[in-house]
Structure formats: C-alpha cells, structure tokens
Write a protein that binds this ligand. Structure first.
Ligand code: TPP
Length: 376
C-alpha cells in the first residue's frame, strides 16, 4: 500500500533532507498551474508579513507565521473541492485563503483571460470572508468566533457554499481523530467527500496520531493527513522527536498509503494530493503525506525557538524559500517577468493592508457577550 516516497531521506540524523534545487523543478507543471499556485502563495505571504509587522510594532500580541509553508498548504487545498472538509492548524493560512477566497474576484487582472483553473472557487463573498478572517486574527466582534478567540482557533461553515472548515485546538495531534471523524461522517452519508488535516511533525509523537490513523485505515476512511515537517517542534529537532527514517513510512504499520514529498514544490505537492484525494474518493482509504518544508520562523513570533536552528541549516531553508523558488521558476520559464511579479506583490499587499486596516477599526467584543452573535 505504501507509495514510493517522492524522495527518500537517509536515516534520521536530525539533519533536514536535501531539498531539490529550483533548477530541478523547471519544465514541470503547466504555466497555468504555476500561476494559480503563485497567486495564492503570494496572497498568503503578504498576509503573514502584514501581521508580522504589526507584531513588531506592538499592534498585535502574538502571531504564528505560515512563512515557508505556502507551497505545501496552497497546493494541498487546491486538491479539495466544495463539500470537502478542511481541518487546519497554526501554519495553514495558505490552505485557508486558498479554500475561502476567489482571488480573481479580488484582483481581476491576476490571471490571463484564457486561464484553465485547477480548482473552481467555492462561490460566496470572498471579500467578506477575507475581512472576517482578518477580524478573527485581530479578535474583533466580526470575526468567526465573534472576537472570543483570536488567531486560527475557530470553525467556519457555509453549508450553502460547501465550506466546511474545522479549525484548531492547541493540543498537538488532537485534531487527527476529529478530522478522521469528519471523514467517517462522509463515509456514512455515502458521499465521495474527503477530509484533509494538517499537523506539524511534533504532533506525530502523540497518541492521537496513532489512534486517528489506525481507525482511518481500518475503516478505509476518506482521510488525508498532511504532516508539515519543518524539522523542529518548538525547539526540539527531529533527531529528538522520532528514530525512524521518515514519517511517511509509518503508514506501512497502519496498512495505508504514505508519501514523502518536497513541500516547497507546489506542483509535486499538488500531484501527491490529487492522487490521495482520488484514492479517498474512490473508497481506497486514507493517505499519510509527509511534506518537507523549511523552518523559516520560530514556533511563534517573539519566542526564541529559531535561535536553536544551526546557521547553516537555516541558510538552507532561506535558500529554498518556496516563494523565491516559484517566482524564479516562472521567470526562468518565460511565464512572467520580474516586473509583473512585483506588480502582483504590490496588489496583494495593498488588498491585505486594506482588509486588515478595516478589521482594526472594528469593535472588540463586549465582555460577557454571546459568541454566536456574528458566527453563522
Ligand atoms: C499535547 C500537547 N503537548 C504539548 C504542547 C505544547 N506545544 C505547543 S506547540 C509545540 C510544538 C509544535 O511542534 P510542531 O507540531 O512540529 O509545529 P511547529 O514547530 O511548526 O510549531 C508544543 C510541544 C501542546 N500544544 N499539546
């Protein structure tokens, strides 16, 4: 059942596996697929940079950054559709933005008119969703949890648009059985919908990882678990986290498919996810996807966990920044110019700035207010 890992790493010495250099990517993936991935990756990067800046100036007390995870998360969410369940954690802004927003309605000139989209948007009001997401991040009344939590601790459902988003609770690994439960409900309804769930490699050492994957495989649930392996769990390196060669191979023990993939490559990631979604929709059961990404930020902004990462390892991550890699790939492939990329960056940054400023002007929740006031 184990798929051939996309790239096998040596035994776990704690050193991150080698990531393909940008050049190895050229000539793979269609122009349109790259443009679509890039648009959402850029939107996600500007989203994070805005809040990171606010954190640095004291306008925000806490931030968990998705910088470095954009290719893995955007590509994964590009493989799901209306009615599928997204179960996210703290580094998955890319998947949330990909799922919630039709970028073309917000920045109409972002794609050429003959663009073949990989994934159709959900429908509904993208601008309103983005605005409410910003309110959520800032703990404003108009956020998805009515300002009672901030950050990614919330759920949001729009059944009329097939939007099912189950957000995180902090306990590592605990969302795995919840996501498997969503997959079970699809199976019981005899629908062909799937549930995808992101976790960090730190969560793979919890009991919930075992329980969730075991039952998902025994019952052949339409479930995909994506490990975003950035090789550090807070300040614990993988050499202190697990002793197996790679995490994808754990799938063998559960009797399910497992794939290891370069999470900096959105095209490779998307191919792996498409296969996994197809497997799940056709009743062949779950897939464990291990996506290697870089550790670009500490666990949260302002903690000192990034100081633990040795300088040469950090340098390797920075040299393989998925945003730089996809842009170099697009320019070298003659798809777009550097000037066009800069124009799109400015448009994404301006959109995020506008939405976040608007959210900042909204009221905070009244003490003792009902959290369901603004949540559908
Ligand atoms: C069950 C549980 N144990 C410990 C913690 C404290 N904790 C919060 S984040 C974290 C490390 C997270 O590591 P990982 O999942 O790899 O994500 P990342 O390092 O990218 O934040 C720990 C140990 C927790 N939230 N839940």
């Amino acid at each position: 059942m184990m798929d051939q890992p996309a790239n096998s790493s040596p035994s776990n010495t704690g050193a991150p596996p080698e990531v393909s250099p940008a050049a190895a990517w050229l000539d793979t993936g269609s122009d349109h697929a790259l443009r679509e991935m890039h648009a959402y990756m850029r939107l996600t990067r500007e989203w994070d940079l805005r809040y990171e800046k606010m954190f640095k100036t004291g306008a925000l007390s806490k931030w968990y950054s998705s910088v470095g995870n954009e290719a893995a998360t955007v590509a994964a969410a590009s493989a799901i559709e209306k009615g599928d369940a997204l179960v996210s954690l703290h580094r998955d802004a890319g998947a949330i933005l990909r799922h919630y927003v039709d970028i073309e309605t917000l920045i109409p000139e972002i794609f050429p008119s003959n663009m073949n989209l990989i994934r159709q948007p959900l429908g509904g009001d993208s601008r309103e969703r983005l605005f409410r997401l910003a309110c959520q991040m800032l703990g404003r009344q108009h956020g998805y949890s009515a300002g009672h939590e901030r950050s990614y601790h919330y759920n949001h459902m729009e059944p009329e648009h097939g939007l099912i988003h189950i957000g995180m609770i902090s306990h590592l690994g605990s969302m795995i059985p919840v996501a498997a439960g969503a997959a079970l409900s699809f199976q019981q309804q005899k629908s062909d919908r799937v549930a995808i769930n992101f976790i960090g490699e730190g969560a793979t050492s919890t009991g919930d990882f075992h329980e969730g994957l075991n039952i998902a495989s025994v019952w052949k649930l339409p479930f995909i678990l994506i490990i975003e392996n950035n090789h550090w769990a807070f300040s614990t390196p993988t050499s202190q986290q697990y002793a197996c060669d790679n995490l994808a191979s754990r799938a063998i023990g559960y009797g399910m498919a497992g794939v290891e993939v370069d999470g900096n490559d959105p095209i490779a990631m998307h191919q792996v996810m498409q296969e996994a979604v197809q497997r799940a929709r056709s009743g062949e059961g779950p897939t464990l996807v291990e996506a290697h990404v870089g550790r670009h930020r500490g666990h949260s902004e302002g903690d000192d966990s990034l100081d633990q990462v040795p300088g040469d390892e950090l340098k390797g991550y920075l040299e393989n920044d998925p945003m730089d890699l996809i842009e170099t790939r697009m320019v070298n492939g003659g798809i777009v110019s550097r000037a066009w990329l800069e124009e799109i960056r400015e448009k994404c940054a301006a959109l995020i700035m506008e939405v976040v400023d608007e959210a900042m002007s909204m009221p905070e929740p009244e003490p003792n207010s009902d959290r369901s006031i603004h949540a559908e």
